[in-house]
Ligand binder design. Sequence first.
Ligand code: DLL
Length: 437
Amino acid sequence: MSRREEGVFDTVPKPALDPEEHLDPDGLRDLRLRRLRQTLRHAYDNVGLYRRRIDEAGLDPDRAEPADLARLPFTTKQDLREHYPTGLFAVPRERLARIHASSGTTGSPTVVGYTADDIRTWSALMARSIRAAGGGPGDTVHVAYGYGLFTGGLGAHYGAEALGCTVIPASGGMTARQVRLIADLRPEVIMVTPTYLLTLLDEFTRQGLDPAESSLRVGILGAEPWTEGMREEIERRAGLRALDIYGLSEIMGPGVAQECADTKDGLHIWEDHFYPEIVDPVTGEVLGDGEHGELVITTLTRQAMPLLRYRTRDLTTLRPGTARPAHRRMDRITGRSDDMIILRGVNMFPTQFERIILGTEGLSPHFQLVLSSRDRLDQLTVRVEAAPGASGLDPVPALVAERVRSEIGVTVAVDVVEPETLERSVGKLRRVIDQRG
Ligand code: DLL
């Protein structure tokens, strides 16, 4: 903006300061305790299910400590289904500013509601996340997360606007046009799933453009699991810094946790708004920091739909904060407990295959895991595209199969297919294709 405009319009908002992001650990602890009690009281007064559960646990909403949460049962996807569509909402319908719904790939959709304050909180946390990733006021942000019921597009959009960025609301799809827009409008930041970014990078090449020469310098990537190998591949090809962003519709949407550009060492969970626990996925027992398990989140500021101890199904580990010392970090999500493939008794996640494929010369990062059944025995075929122009690939299938056997512990078939033959992502990619009857 020119200096003249700033002088004329005194209503021009300045990028919001965010003191809570920089609280010291004691300050954060006090704030969190206050918000936890407010949330318990709000849930108790307004959501029948929670009133029952809080009574059964003998909890006093106004005196509870974080450790007392362990006395409450988890809130599960099943609870959301049983109260579909709005039975867990804590405010009357007319106070809702917006509704989103999760994709429902593993069952019926889940509807989530937001008051106007919830939207403001979400925007502020997304603004904080974009800034932590290295974006700032004045940057142009290309949002290629889907717009609509999915929280990715609108969540990123409002956050980028709140930070003072120029937003290109590209949404997912129409890949050739997206590349054209990036080349012409020269955004610095892109927000997109890692697999759709791969699709975009291939399209750059198809259009005779080198993605490394593009204006993009920061990628804020999430909504699906990805590995360090994928980060290296994307950073090398796209010439940008790729940072991980995490979130889920039930809890808010993107912006629950964000990796900081200065340390790039896992994702800081914004603990002034979310209380995380790690639990044993089988027994439900609360585990300590540093232990691997399932992430459980209690919202601390949600008005429309507070959730107590929501089981995310996402597997990770909590660690002390670094770039934002008061907020703990979580490791990259290795997978969801319900995405886990169990093949002949061995548990595995698609990210384990991604690591092996990205570490193998001559292969592209485009792959699928196809489950089939022969003679009542489950089979897994890794279908992976050769890298464009790669040659001498004859030994590769055996090499990959051997690495899978030694690192994951199962025997699989490996099928190396021609470039450009597997389905491409336009958002969240479906990695596992289950053809078992
Ligand atoms: O995927 C919200 C989102 C949008 C996050 C854009 C980040 C960026 P849902 O559709 O409800 O919401 O899916 C949530 O996606 O429980 C994880 O299993 C997975 N997921 C989200 N972010 C990551 C990530 C959005 N960074 C589910 N790494 C979550 C791994 C992720 N998995």
